[in-house]
Design a protein around this ligand. Structure first.
Ligand SMILES: C[S@@+](CC[C@H](N)C(=O)[O-])C[C@H]1O[C@@H](n2cnc3c(N)ncnc32)[C@H](O)[C@@H]1O
Length: 574
């Protein structure tokens, strides 16, 4: 059957001074879109498509039609213009608008079943937020007195949304027409050349000639295409999120295309630590501000992790977010970002462990989603490519964190083997300048179990069965009161001259913990009084009252509060 739309489109381009050379537009199998194929061999440097600027739908053209919409973005005004021209039918641009795909399946058109494919990805929330914001903008436009009744009747929400997605999936930067234009993110629709599909690494030049009024854009091949082969464009390295939907990064609204690439090297995951429930959130945010630590993105807490690269700012930020009371006290006035390259071993392990938990929870949530993978629609297939890519990146990032942790454990082992304890407790880099200089570990990939470089309750109890027997009698559920039992065991260990942890114990006894506030001291006193003198009366040899004093209790509590990480609870002894 004759493709009447195509014929009038080709005539429109030719009559307006545009040209095709060695290419033809072919309808895709689904009958919705079109692709470009070479009719004969296209050689490198061949110009195969030229389109005059006057056929383009640009921001100035749209704004001229709607001069009162100065408060609205380029994309919005262009969407209104394109939707209106499409509805008019008899528009100058009709041959072009009639050829555009009617079904542009960006996630804005996803139903609830399709949205399940995006569940637990960054896009799920972004799609919802952006859809609602677009709907609100449309309602705002329709309420404006400056918009005529004719436009209001013709431009339905569905048509406006279609126009918006047509622009997001096929626009070019307006600077191709006018490099001096004030709005750097201004867009333009270029007929003909926007029919080329994307293939990464395609070599192609977009060549501009003439002025804004009479000029044109020419596509020049940077590589040969054989006769019958599809001719591609190169949309640039964009992540799948950008391809799936307009997605704002660094305040620049990038374009969304509604398709995805497998194994997309430009893909990233977004990590945003949540500290809203942290009572010390403000103190921590102040440190970040003073040290000028930001992700550099629109939301300064959101970091994008690409393959092989976790941004150093993410680690610095997390080191602050996982600070305990002692670390926070010593970093309260810090304004040197370099001091956040390494805070201390405890802090580093805590930071890696919180990051691991964050990543694992995302992978776990994604794995829990039940999805139909046997016969998804083509757009669900793209959503699957995107989500599987995200899951892969989460797992890959987990591997990076794991190897970083291994390195930290190897460094800890080296320090312990060399008895190289930092001179001053708490063992923080700000208090021990020059002490921590960790390059790559020489340990290769030798696995170092966490328990082998930390003090655990299990290790302490295993050393002294008599003490363990008494603890077993006194505590029904040791795990339930692990921190109290650990305090008792640490005090017990501190009495042993041959303890392997003697240097650590001695150094921490000098840490006067002056930052322990009055409330902590009172709680501690209550705890102490609930155990003593009862324990000493029952087992005077083990709980010697001259050893189990309130002062030593304060030391043990400080160790458990400021020298440990959780899950599992272990003391970091350096
Ligand atoms: C600029 S248009 C290209 C022409 C388009 N095929 C058409 O029918 O008008 C961009 C759209 O083409 C499709 N597309 C482009 N490159 C693609 C690719 N590598 N894989 C899948 N779809 C692609 C997507 O639907 C995208 O939104």
């Amino acid at each position: 059957m004759a493709d009447i739309d195509l014929r009038s489109y080709v005539n429109w381009i030719n009559e307006s001074g545009g040209s095709f050379n060695k290419i033809q537009l072919v309808k895709d199998d689904d009958g919705n879109g079109r692709s470009v194929f070479a009719t004969e061999t296209i050689q490198t440097n061949d110009s195969f498509a030229t389109i005059p600027f006057r056929l383009a739908i640009s921001e100035p053209v749209a704004r001229q039609a709607f001069p009162d919409l100065g408060d609205f973005s380029c994309r919005i005004v262009m969407s209104l213009f394109v939707a209106h021209q499409k509805a008019l039918g008899s528009s100058f641009y009709a041959p072009y608008l009639n050829i555009l795909p009617t079904d542009i399946r960006t996630p804005f058109f996803f139903d609830s079943n399709d949205m399940k494919y995006l569940e637990h990805t960054n896009l799920a929330l972004a799609v919802k937020e952006r859809f609602e914001s677009l709907r609100q903008t449309y309602e705002q436009l329709m309420a404006l007195a400056s918009i005529s009744d004719q436009v209001k009747t013709l431009v339905t929400w569905d048509l406006f949304l279609w126009a918006h997605c047509a622009i997001s999936s096929r626009s070019f930067p307006y600077k191709l027409i006018d490099p001096t234009y004030s709005n750097a993110s201004s867009e333009v629709l270029f007929p003909l050349v926007d029919s080329l599909n994307h293939r990464p690494h395609t070599k192609i030049t977009w060549s501009r000639s003439g002025d804004v009024a009479t000029g044109s854009l020419t596509f020049v091949a940077g590589q040969p295409f054989a006769a019958g082969e599809q001719v591609f464009n190169n949309y640039g390295p964009k992540s799948n999120e950008e391809r799936i939907l307009s997605f704002a990064i660094n305040d620049v609204v990038l374009l969304g295309y509604g398709f995805c690439l497998e194994d997309n090297q430009a893909d990233h995951i977004a990590l945003k630590p949540n500290i809203t429930r942290d009572p010390k959130a403000n103190e921590k945010l102040n440190i970040l501000q003073r040290c000028n630590i930001s992700s550099g993105n629109a939301d300064h807490l959101t970091h994008y992790v690409h393959r092989q690269h976790i941004p150093p700012a993410y680690f610095k930020m997390m080191r602050v977010f996982v600070m305990n009371g002692a670390e926070l006290a010593h970093y309260a006035d810090c304004s040197d970002p370099g001091a956040l390259d390494f805070v201390g071993f405890r802090n580093e392990l805590a930071m890696l462990s919180v990051t691991t938990a964050l990543l694992q929870s995302r992978v776990f949530a994604m794995k829990g989603d039940q999805l139909n993978r046997t016969n998804p629609t083509w757009w669900q297939k793209y959503a699957l490519i995107y989500r599987d890519g995200q899951e892969q990146l989460y797992n890959h990032t987990l591997d990076l964190i794991q190897s970083h942790k291994l390195q930290v454990l190897q460094n800890m082992k080296k320090e312990l083997d060399n008895k190289n304890l930092a001179p001053r407790a708490p063992f923080l880099s700000v208090l021990n300048p020059g002490h921590y200089q960790h390059g790559a570990s020489e340990g290769g990939s030798v696995f170092i179990p966490l328990e082998s470089v930390t003090i655990t309750l299990k290790r302490l109890l295993a050393k002294d069965t008599a003490f363990k027997d008494i603890i077993d009698q006194l505590f029904e559920d040791i795990e339930e009161e692990e921190d109290v039992v650990l305090m008792l065991a640490l005090i017990h260990e501190s009495t042993k001259a041959d303890s392997p942890w003697a240097p650590f114990i001695k150094a921490t006894q000098l840490d006067r913990a002056e930052y322990r506030d009055a409330e902590t001291r009172m709680d501690l006193e209550d705890l102490y009084n609930s155990l003593f003198p009862a324990f000493s009366d029952a087992f005077p040899t083990v709980f010697d009252p001259t050893i189990y004093t309130p002062d030593n209790f304060l030391w043990a509590e400080n160790v458990v509060s400021n020298y440990t990480i959780d899950n599992p609870l272990v003391v970091i002894p350096l």
